[in-house]
Ligand binder design. Structure first.
Ligand SMILES: [Zn+2]
Length: 178
């Protein structure tokens, strides 16, 4: 992962590096015009088109080449090639997010799980209130631990979404709790 989001380091063999660099650089430039970059741990919003699943879309280059999903392009820019048969998945349950720190590679099994998770996430508001699973003590403990334990790990430990942990730490949820 590179500190500066505009750093481009193609992960390809010397034989095809020139062509790949040209094509991807163009794509990368267009990519950065469509993303709002937030903090390292925050989701990065996609401001252009989205497909039905909520994934950002970006044209591959020429008009007849169709579109690619924005989070996959983010992966390509930051980490290089996506291996055959692998999916780029989100730790943050936010399909439009393009923060490379929220992306990981998974096979079909992980991809199915990711979709199932997102299916649960579209249940009407109220039944999925982000804090509903947690007690006040849990929230205090999360706030105490968040400097030393990653948000992802906290989400796993407490069985809540990554975004719930973010919201608790930023006091968007449980704001009243001291
Ligand atoms: Zn995210």
């Amino acid at each position: 992962m590179h500190a500066h989001p505009r750093t481009y380091s193609p992960d390809s063999s010397p034989a095809d590096i020139s062509l790949a660099a040209i094509e991807t650089a163009t794509l990368a430039e267009r990519f950065w015009t469509k993303v709002i970059v937030h903090g390292d741990d925050e989701c990065w919003e996609w401001t252009a088109c989205q497909n039905r699943g909520g994934y950002g879309r970006i044209g591959r280059g020429y008009t007849d080449e169709g579109t690619e999903q924005a989070h996959r392009v983010s992966w390509l820019i930051h980490n290089g090639r996506i291996p055959d048969g692998m999916h780029v998945l989100h730790t943050c349950d936010n399909a439009e997010c393009t923060n490379p720190r929220h992306l990981y590679l998974g096979g079909n099994i992980e991809n199915g799980r990711d979709r199932a998770d997102r299916g649960r996430a579209v249940v009407p508001l109220g039944s999925r209130h982000p804090s509903s699973k947690l007690s006040a003590d849990d929230v205090r403990e999360i706030r105490r631990l968040h400097g030393s334990v990653s948000h992802k790990e906290l989400a796993r430990r407490y069985g809540v979404r990554y975004q719930s942990i973010q919201a608790i730490i930023k006091r968007k949820n449980w704001a009243w709790l001291t």
